[in-house]
Every structure is written in structure tokens, then in C-alpha cells.
Design a protein. Sequence first.
Length: 278
Amino acid sequence: MYKLKGQIRFSECDTSKRITLPGIINYFQDCSSAQSEQIGHGIDYLKEKKKAWILSAWQIIVERYPELGEAIEAGTWATDFKGLYATRNFSMKTKSGEMLAYANSIWVFMDLAAGRPTKPGKEEVEAYGMEPALEMEYAPRKIKLSEKAILVDTFPVRKYHIDTNNHVNNCQYVQMAMEVLREDMRIRQVRVEYKKSAVYGDVILPKIAEETSRTVVELCDMEERPYAVVEFVGDEKINVRLGKKQVLTIVKKVEFGVYLGSDEDRVLLPKMTGSGRG
């Protein structure tokens, strides 16, 4: 396992003073690229060989979003090489070992000169090695599309979306998809299926479908062919809206009522009787 230690920075946090989902994904990306550079199979090596590892799918589960200033340790390791594909796990933990987030990813090894996938050689496999996979509920690579998707406003691919491979960075697709989500959605799991690469100058046409258990965002070209499909699953907690200003969350149900608020700050809402009194 390759490990990368860090501390949650101000630039990685949202208004809750916790790291964002893209912040977690960037730690995972940085961890895998740092490992590749360390073993001598980084950007320059792949460029010389005219090869590339292309991310085909993500599955990321967040147990807790760490807070500003919290020390964390990201880790990554290859778990399998099978034909044209390889799988890699990720984890983010606290100093005490609490699991904050974990992920599985599926990669394709590309021959850039031939323009098609190719089986990684013995040199690539031995350089990374393999370690046991995480015990988690693995989702399939492909994401089922919804028939209820609706179109939302288009936007262009910007320069800041582009990475060293001259196409939209893997994390940026998640960021794009999050822009069309409900503001109160607390993301517990995200899955991404990458279809094709978007480049600078392309126009993204998003399609969104909200279902009972998930929200699916398709990031498409102008002919509605997807660059990437992103599936979000919210926290199991139930959002309750009181009036127009305050949003509370049911954190625990008990026989005599429900607790509203958060794990750290909660208030009891008693169960109402037939007379309308608690």
C-alpha cells in the first residue's frame, strides 16, 4: 500500500468546514499518481511508452467528511490485473485508524499509438504488485440509466477542467454533476462510469433523474451521448423541512419520538398523541 499523509486544508472545505467530496477524490487521485511516480511508472514513463491508464469507473463511499485541520492518511493499492483491466482500492483514515472514506476503481490500459486498449505487460503488473481487496459491497461497473432524466442548462468545458492528459479530469466530472444536485443532498456514495473524454471547447449537456434511492446525472455532448454517468446516493437520514428557513435531520427514531439535528447537536421532537399533545 502506498500512503499519503495530509491535513484538511481551508481550500478543500465547504461552508460546513468539512472537506468536499471532490476534495476526497483529489486525495485519492494524488495518492495513485504519487505511487506511480515513486515506482518509476509516472507521467513521463507512460508518455515515452505511448501508454496510459484510463479510469473506467469509480465507486466511492464516505463514512464521515473530516473537518478543517483534521489529520488524515490516504492509501491506495492495486488489487487485481485481469485482461485489459486493473482494479485499485483507496482508503482515507484518521490518525487513530477511523475509516473516513474508501473506494474501488476500475482502469483500462491504453495503447495510445494504436488507439485501443491493450493488456498490461509483466513489467507494469510487477511494478504495482497486488494486495487483498477491501471488504465492501462492490457495485457493477455500468450504471443503469433512468428513463425519467430531464435536460438542464448546458455549459462549456473550461481550461481549469483539463488535466495533464489534455482532457477533462476525472474528478471534474463529479464536480460538474454536483452543480445540478439539490443543495441539501448529503452524499454517502458516488459511482462514476466514464464513457468518453471531453476536451477544452466541448459543451456539456447535463441530464438529471431523481429517484427514491439515487440521483443519476448524465454529462452528455450536444447529441445526448454521455461523456460520463454519475450516480449519487444520499445519506440514509431523512430530511425534514420546518417552515421555509430551517432544515433539520432525523438522526434517531425512538419509541417516544424522534431526535432532530446532528450526531453532535440534537433536539427531541416528542411523538404526538391523538389529542395533539406530547
